[in-house]
Write a protein that binds this ligand. Structure first.
Ligand SMILES: NC(=O)C1=CN([C@@H]2O[C@H](COP(=O)(O)OP(=O)(O)OC[C@H]3O[C@@H](n4cnc5c(N)ncnc54)[C@H](O)[C@@H]3O)[C@@H](O)[C@H]2O)C=CC1
Ligand SMILES: O=C([O-])CC(=O)C(=O)O
Length: 308
C-alpha cells in the first residue's frame, strides 16, 4: 500500500504521523512545495520509528510528483489556513488554484487513486476536484464531517460528563461556521437519545459550540487546528485501506440524495476499499431538511465563484 499526503504543514504532517503510527501503508510520500520542508518532516517522523515501533517508510519530497506514482490514496492538505477573524470561504482565491494544480499533477502519476480533500473551503474544493479530475465520484471525498462529528462528541461529552467513545453523534451539511448541521435529535449515548439528559439550553449551547469549533481554535492558536483534523483524515484513510466499511460523515457528490444534486456536501457514507461505497439516508425532519437546503444554497454560491 502506498499513500501520498500533499502539504507537509500542520494538518498534512499530523495526518502522516497518524498513518505511520497505525501502519496503514508500507510507503508514505509527503510532498510540499517549500524546498526541503517535507524531507525534514519525513526524517523527523522516521526518527520516531524506533520508539513507536512502526514499519511505514516515510519519504519527503519537494514537488516531485514522480515519487507519488501509483499511490492508492492521496490526501490533499496544501493551501492556506485561515487566521483569527477569517472565514474558511475567504481562502478560496488562493486555495482553488493550489488544489486544482495539485490534483492535475497527482493524476499524471496515479490516474486511478482515491483523493481525500482537506484544504478549505472544503465543500467547494471537493466540488472543484469532482469537476476537474475526471475520477469516478466514489473516489473523491472531502474531510470535514469526520472532524465536526468528533467535535460534536467532545462538546456532548463535556456537558454529559461521559466518554466521547460512548456517543454516536453526526454532523452533516457543509464544513462552514454557518453551514454545518450537528444532528442533536439523532445523537445517542449508548443508544439512549442525548436529548433525554439535556435541557434545550444545553442542546443549543452544544450545537453552537460545534458549529464554531474551528473558529474557536483558530482564535486560541492563531492559525487553524491540526491534531483532530489529522486524526479525522487518518480515520478515513484507515477505513478505506483496511476496507473497514465504517460509517463516517464525508463530503461527497450528491445525485438526488438528501434532495440535492450537482454539489458536494457532508453526509454519512460507508468507506471501504473503493472509496465511498454507499450514502446512508437519515430521514431528516422537515426542519433538518430545510437547514440542509439552506447550507446547500450557501455552498452552491461559493461553488459558483469557481472558474470551471
Ligand atoms: N477540512 C478540514 O476539516 C480542515 C481543513 N484545513 C485546511 O487545510 C489546509 C492546510 O492547513 P494547515 O496544514 O494548517 O496549513 P499549513 O500552512 O501548516 O500547511 C499548508 C502546506 O501546504 C503547502 N503548500 C502550499 N501550496 C502548495 C502546493 N502548490 N503544493 C504543495 N504544497 C503546497 C505549504 O508549503 C504548507 O507547508 C488549509 O486550507 C486549512 O484551512 C485545516 C483543518 C481542518
Ligand atoms: O477552522 C479552520 O479553518 C480549519 C478547519 O476547517 C477546522 O478546524 O474545522
Amino acid at each position: 500500500m502506498k499513500i501520498t499526503v500533499v502539504g507537509a504543514g500542520a494538518v498534512g504532517a499530523t495526518c502522516a504521523d497518524n498513518i505511520a503510527r497505525r501502519e496503514l501503508a508500507e510507503e508514505l510520500i509527503l510532498l510540499d512545495i517549500k524546498e526541503g520542508f517535507a524531507e525534514g518532516k519525513a526524517i523527523d517522523m522516521m526518527q520516531t520509528a524506533s520508539y513507536l515501533g512502526f514499519d511505514t517508510k516515510i519519504k519527503g519530497v519537494t514537488n516531485d510528483y514522480a515519487a507519488t506514482a501509483d499511490s492508492e490514496v492521496v490526501v490533499i492538505t496544501s493551501g492556506l489556513p485561515r487566521k483569527p477573524g477569517m472565514t474558511r470561504e475567504e481562502l478560496i482565491g488562493t486555495n482553488a488554484g493550489i488544489v486544482k494544480s495539485v490534483t492535475e499533477n497527482i493524476l499524471k502519476y496515479s490516474p486511478n487513486t482515491i483523493i481525500i480533500v482537506v484544504s478549505n473551503p472544503m465543500d467547494t474544493m471537493n466540488y472543484l476536484t469532482l469537476k476537474t479530475s475526471g475520477l469516478p465520484k466514489e473516489r473523491i471525498l472531502g474531510m470535514g464531517g469526520a472532524l465536526d462529528s468528533a467535535r460534536f462528541k467532545y462538546y456532548l461529552s463535556q456537558e454529559l460528563g461521559c466518554s466521547p467513545a460512548d456517543l454516536n453523534a453526526v454532523v452533516i451539511g457543509g464544513h462552514g461556521d454557518t453551514t454545518m448541521i450537528p444532528l442533536i435529535k439523532h445523537a445517542t449515548w449508548n443508544s439512549i437519545p442525548v436529548t433525554k439528559f439535556l435541557s434545550q439550553e444545553q442542546q443549543d449551547k452544544i450545537v453552537a459550540a460545534t458549529m464554531v469549533g474551528g473558529a474557536t481554535l483558530t482564535k486560541l492558536i492563531g492559525t487553524s487546528a491540526w491534531y483532530a483534523p489529522g486524526a479525522g483524515t487518518a480515520a478515513m484513510v484507515e477505513s478505506i485501506v483496511r476496507d473497514e466499511k465504517k460509517l463516517i460523515s464525508c463530503g461527497v457528490a450528491l445525485n438526488g440524495e438528501y434532495g440535492q444534486s450537482d454539489i458536494s456536501l457532508v453526509v454519512p457514507v460507508v468507506l471501504g476499499k473503493n472509496g465511498w461505497e454507499k450514502i446512508v439516508n437519515f430521514d431528516l425532519s422537515e426542519a433538518e431538511q430545510a437547514e440542509f437546503n439552506k447550507s446547500a444554497d450557501a455552498v452552491r454560491n461559493m461553488n459558483n465563484v469557481l472558474e470551471l
